[in-house]
Design a protein around this ligand. Structure first.
Ligand code: NDP
Ligand code: 8X3
Length: 258
């Protein structure tokens, strides 16, 4: 029996990595899907593939979560069938640069703060108010181990993920009198487009991040997200930290020599 039959799930940042893997797993579990990212062509193509493979309903569209007006307009005018969102996965996010604070690029900082913090807030504001009114819903924020420990040159990215942790705790407190549940999933190293984006397209430098170690895959993280949203109604998984076996902390990894 599919675990998400009759559930509607909105997943942001669905064009790649963890978001895409989560969409695929949720489709396999029978969810009705609302998927978005800035690269509209990618999410539309993914929608086609999932409709063919699983026969699920998928609504795909381009969305930049940094644009508050666009977020509000697109999420409050979804086609009728997709309006009652049961599951929100706040996954859209990125790191840009790995520089000492006094050498960092202001444009990198703006992009991380606007996406990882403000974008998550804009989406949550629209979706959670509907969940409260309907008296049901699950929110899963994608945090990071970077939201619990600061590593060299991680400064602003870490700050955005500390903010995701604080926002999650705030949501849990504010929703304590409602059936709406909130979780945060905090992964260690996951091999996605994350490092390519962090290093502004330098694939050689990005590849080195995962050298000599088996990182998590997007699918591994998707399993943890599914676990959070499939508990009995009286159970709220507050936080999941998920690591590659050979990574113990942000800067502690055991790598096999080449
Ligand atoms: P990817 O780069 O593979 O995916 C990031 C996704 O976010 C893409 O779909 C991208 O789509 C979307 N996105 C970025 N900016 C925006 C925006 N302004 N509006 C809408 N969508 C946006 O990386 P991951 O899958 O690894 O990252 C997903 C989440 O996981 C992030 O929040 C990241 O911080 C977190 N994370 C990642 C870890 C890792 O090691 N990879 C570890 C811990 C947490 P598009 O470019 O098409 O808009
Ligand atoms: C991504 C993992 O360690 O690069 O959030 O910050 S890390």
């Amino acid at each position: 029996m599919p675990q998400l039959k009759d559930k509607t799930a909105l997943i942001t940042g669905a064009s790649s990595g963890i978001g895409r893997a989560c969409v695929e797993l949720f489709a396999r579990e029978g969810a009705r899907l609302v998927i978005c990212a800035r690269r509209e062509d990618r999410v539309k193509q993914l929608a086609k593939e999932l409709i063919d493979k699983y026969g699920v309903d998928v609504h795909a569209f381009g969305l930049d979560v940094r644009n508050q007006k666009e977020v509000e307009q697109k999420l409050s005018s979804l086609p009728e069938k997709y309006r009652a969102i049961d599951i929100l996965v706040n996954n859209a996010g990125l790191s840009r640069g790995l520089d000492k604070l006094h050498e960092g690029l202001l444009s990198d900082w703006e992009e991380m703060i606007d996406t990882n913090v403000k974008g998550l807030l804009y989406v949550s504001r629209v979706v959670i108010s509907g969940m409260v009114a309907r008296k049901r819903g699950d929110v899963v924020n994608i945090g990071s181990i970077a939201g619990h420990e600061v590593y060299p040159a991680g400064n602003v990215y870490c700050a955005t993920k500390f903010a995701v942790d604080a926002i999650t705790k705030g949501m849990q407190i504010d929703l304590v009198d409602s059936p709406v549940r909130v979780s945060v999933v905090d992964p260690g190293m996951v091999e996605t487009e994350f490092s390519i984006v962090r290093f502004h397209g330098d694939t050689g430098r990005a590849g080195k991040v995962y050298e000599g170690i088996t990182p998590l895959s997007g699918a591994d993280v998707a399993e943890a997200i599914l676990f959070c949203v499939t508990r009995p109604p009286h159970v709220n998984i507050h936080q999941v930290r998920i690591m590659p076996t050979n990574q113990a902390a942000a800067m502690v990894a055991h790598r096999q020599p080449k």
